[in-house]
Design a binder for this molecule. Structure first.
Ligand SMILES: O=C(O)CCC(=O)C(=O)O
Ligand SMILES: [Fe+2]
Length: 322
């Protein structure tokens, strides 16, 4: 995914020092290194440092329930009335999308091989996706904060939480593996309903080869999340040669998505990806450089938040065929 396309390996000096210094910022150093990880080294009985142990990752809940307030016991969390929810749904439908009727999606060709299905995923489908990602994300192989740098996980961290389905993408080796090296977890399977959503979306991108995804990388960006410009180049040579597309679902807060022909942020185009958007890039755009430069707070659709408690931020799923 990110690594190989970014043109470095763990044994060569990481370009992230450069990236971190130039505001493109897909990593955090220092204090943020602590988030979501535990140090893998430990002492044995004789107080000698042992070999690195498998890490455990703190569970990460993308839909935390509100804490009860002090003065009232037990707290009842009020969901909006049906009237309010329906009004919001109608408003959203009137604004042009996310209605769940895929008969006339707005299909925009951004460049050859790069297709945007605007507000394509209905709110109820977004709810299904969020709930499934929540469930899988809290279990074995669920969300963690991926690190680069060294085998002890003491290097830089990506500025997002990640979970892989189908196969694990390892940021250290920049290869796909059957298990997550840090804790040995096997990635959960891609849920059958996700396969259906991808199949239906692909039908609107008929200039591109359809995929049968066997990998889905799920990223959760908090409001200061970022992802530097990179190419997705770690799938099989055959997949890349055929230009098999990456299918990307955006849910939650909107994001500034950058794309272009080089890693140069100043030359990249900027696209606002909103909740329910599907971006497909394959064929002549399979190697496009892309990244996320900003998340826009408080832009997620209210009905989605009311139904899922999705935390502030953005969920992105990229489906690929190895
Ligand atoms: O979050 C996005 O829109 C892009 C994610 C991405 O490029 C990746 O996971 O490789
Ligand atoms: Fe990517």
């Amino acid at each position: 995914m990110y690594g190989r396309g970014r043109g470095w390996s763990p044994r060569t000096p990481s370009p992230f020092n450069r990236v971190a210094a130039n505001r493109d910022g897909d990593i955090l150093r220092g204090a943020a290194l602590q988030e979501g990880t535990k140090t893998p080294s430990s002492l044995n009985d004789d107080n000698n440092i042992t070999k690195p142990q498998p890490q455990s990752h703190d569970p990460f809940d993308i839909c935390p329930r509100p804490l009860p307030t002090k003065q009232t016991a037990p707290t009842v969390v009020l969901k909006p009335s049906l009237l309010v929810t329906n009004r919001e749904r109608r408003k959203q439908a009137a604004e042009g999308g996310g209605t769940g009727t895929h008969s006339h999606p707005l299909v925009v060709t951004l460049r050859p091989g790069m297709i945007l299905l605007k507000k394509y995923i209905s709110v109820s489908e977004q709810v299904t996706i969020v709930e499934k990602c929540r469930e899988l994300g809290r279990g074995s192989g669920g969300f963690y904060q991926p690190g680069y740098g060294d085998e002890e996980g003491e290097g830089a961290k990506l500025r997002l939480k990640m979970m892989c389905l189908g196969k694990h993408w390892d940021p250290l080796s920049t290869h796909y593996t059957d298990h997550r090296p840090s804790d040995g977890a096997k990635p959960p399977e891609i849920p059958p309903e996700f396969h259906r959503f991808v199949r239906e979306a692909m039908a609107h991108a008929d200039t591109l080869h359809p995929i049968t995804p066997d990998i889905c990388i799920v990223n959760f960006y908090s409001q200061n999340g970022r992802l530097g410009l990179h190419q997705d180049k770690d799938e099989s040579e055959e997949s890349l040669r055929q230009g098999l597309p990456v299918v990307s679902f955006s849910i939650g807060d909107s994001a500034d998505f950058l794309y272009g022909d080089s890693r140069d942020v100043d030359k990249a185009k900027k696209l606002l990806l909103e909740s329910g958007d599907v971006l497909i890039f394959g064929g002549k755009s399979r190697n496009v450089f892309h990244g996320v430069s900003a998340i826009h707070p408080m832009t997620a659709p209210n009905p989605l938040l009311h139904q899922t408690y999705l935390r502030p931020g953005r969920l992105n799923l990229t489906f690929r065929q190895y």
